[in-house]
Write a protein that binds this ligand. Structure first.
Ligand code: F0G
Length: 462
């Protein structure tokens, strides 16, 4: 089954490598001519229609900004969604009223992180917390859009390979849209929180004895044989929905871009989406300049870091990935070429961080009263390195994209605070540097005196 383009005249599909513009996508969302990824582009976006010089209905930047703002106070479910609110910048889905599946995604908070700012050596540090989405990760913004497209295409089954968050999100949106979902996850390598979500939302969950990259390979073969709609981020509808995190961020900043945005890099769909949105907003004169978008990987899962630093962006060498930040345990990221373009367009950097740096940064985000999952904490760990290298200056404004909620992986958090996360591993000694951040629970007899003694000891140490 081929997937109709679902658009009127404004959005078209294009291959990122050979530039061919198919009318529809095949089920693996790869270019039939050269096999590379597809993306949406908007040939109808003529700048003279959008720069306010010749304002058309709802198309000038000022008109768009006020339209979007007004929608936030509407009672309409789509207007209330932090994704669909910005639908003018997304491909059109025909008969949307019959197909849109929304859980009120987006609308995520932008927090100030004062302690983390001090630890990183910057004055102005904010976090856009995408973990505050309905299924507690950034995946919901892309999923509402792509799942709606699957529904519009008449699919009974949707499927993804996942390190956990995509599967949780997909299963929820499929359930809301009365579709069946198939999840392929690496056995033993995703957090219980994420697995439990997929089960509760009713997915057919297959734990394959392989890693994420192995799950992707099986899924790609499956969608070529079965009428199953692929919901990984190679699906360009996912990328379009995920763009809205950047649009919403700019709105929260009164359309005044920060100097830097920092994102974690796994399969590299999110960085591609945020970067695409930034470039498009600049083209449409919704913002006057581009923030630098930097991508951070875990050292044990760093194929993109190596692609840029070792191979000058010329090739990506797949690797066997390993990190406790299981969400980004990915050795062969699908969207590396899109992410590379974003780095080049915005002048961003790529960095890698160690397991201990990730764990310490996660505790620091927690200590600011926010919290996030391990993969999200690479952003703060990466910022510290980018400060040390001088790429980020102390007076520059920085936004971290926190991609997942703290409760996604409590096992990691508890082991860290108990001092067990790295015991028996080669980094056991290096882990001592994070000791001051550990807050292990204190087990006591039920005695008032013991609790007061614990309180006094904590006060002396604070
Ligand atoms: N942070 C979290 C919490 C994630 O779940 C992921 C990816 C990333 C960062 C990386 O984003 O892949 O767009 O570069 N999780 C995917 C999943 C792969 O299956 O849930 P990316």
């Amino acid at each position: 089954m081929s997937i109709a383009q679902n658009t009127e005249t404004t959005a078209k599909l294009r291959c990122i490598s050979c530039g061919s513009t198919p009318d529809s996508a095949s089920q693996d969302f790869r270019c039939t001519a050269c096999g590379d990824l597809l993306e949406f582009f908007f040939p109808g976006w003529a700048l003279d229609q959008l720069d306010g010089a010749k304002p058309r209905h709802h198309t000038g930047p000022l008109a768009l900004k006020s339209l979007w703002l007004n929608r936030s106070s509407s009672r309409d479910a789509l207007d209330q969604s932090g994704v669909w609110r910005f639908r003018e910048l997304l491909p059109h889905i025909p008969n949307l009223e019959d197909h849109a599946i929304t859980l009120g995604e987006g609308n995520t908070p932008l927090y100030r992180l004062p302690r983390c700012a001090r630890a990183a050596g910057v004055e102005n540090l904010l976090a856009k917390h995408q973990g505050m989405n309905p299924t507690a990760s950034f995946k919901d913004t892309g999923m509402t859009f792509a799942a709606s497209s699957a529904h519009q295409g008449g699919f009974r089954w949707v499927a993804c390979a996942s390190t956990g968050n995509t599967s949780a999100s997909m299963a929820a949106y499929a359930a809301r849209g009365n579709m069946h979902s198939l999840v392929l996850i690496p056995d033993g390598k995703i957090s219980w929180g994420k697995l439990s979500q997929a089960l509760d939302y009713g997915a057919l969950t297959c734990q394959l004895r392989t890693d994420f990259d192995g799950c992707v390979r099986i899924l790609n073969d499956l969608v070529r044989q079965k009428p199953v709609y692929l919901l990984n981020s190679v699906n360009p509808y996912r990328i379009e929905g995920q763009k809205t995190a950047a649009i919403e961020l700019m709105e929260q900043l009164a359309w005044e871009p920060p100097d830097h945005i920092i994102v974690p890099g796994g399969n590299l769909g999110n960085s591609s989406a945020i970067g695409k949105a930034l470039v498009e907003m600049r083209e449409l004169k919704l913002i006057s300049r581009l923030p630098k978008l930097s991508i951070i990987q875990a050292q044990g899962a760093n194929p993109f870091y190596r692609c840029v630093r070792e191979f000058g962006g010329k090739k990506l060498e797949p690797m066997t990935a390993d990190t406790l930040a299981t969400a980004i345990r990915i050795g062969n990221p699908a969207s590396w070429k899109k992410a590379l373009r974003v780095l080049q367009a915005t002048g961003g950097e790529v960095e890698q961080v160690t397991e201990v740096e990730i764990a310490a940064a996660k505790a620091e985000v927690g200590a600011d009263g926010i919290g996030c999952e391990p993969a999200s904490a690479v952003t703060l760990a990466g910022l510290k390195k980018l400060r040390r290298s001088g790429f980020v200056k102390p007076g520059e404004s920085v936004v971290l994209i926190l991609t997942g909620h703290q409760l996604k992986d409590p096992d990691f958090t508890i082991k860290f605070h108990r001092g067990e996360l790295f015991s028996g591993t080669p980094v056991q000694n290096a882990a001592a540097q994070a000791k001051s951040l550990q807050r292990a629970p204190v087990v006591l007899d039920p005695s008032l005196g013991d609790v007061i003694a614990a309180l006094d000891a904590a006060e002396r140490n604070s």
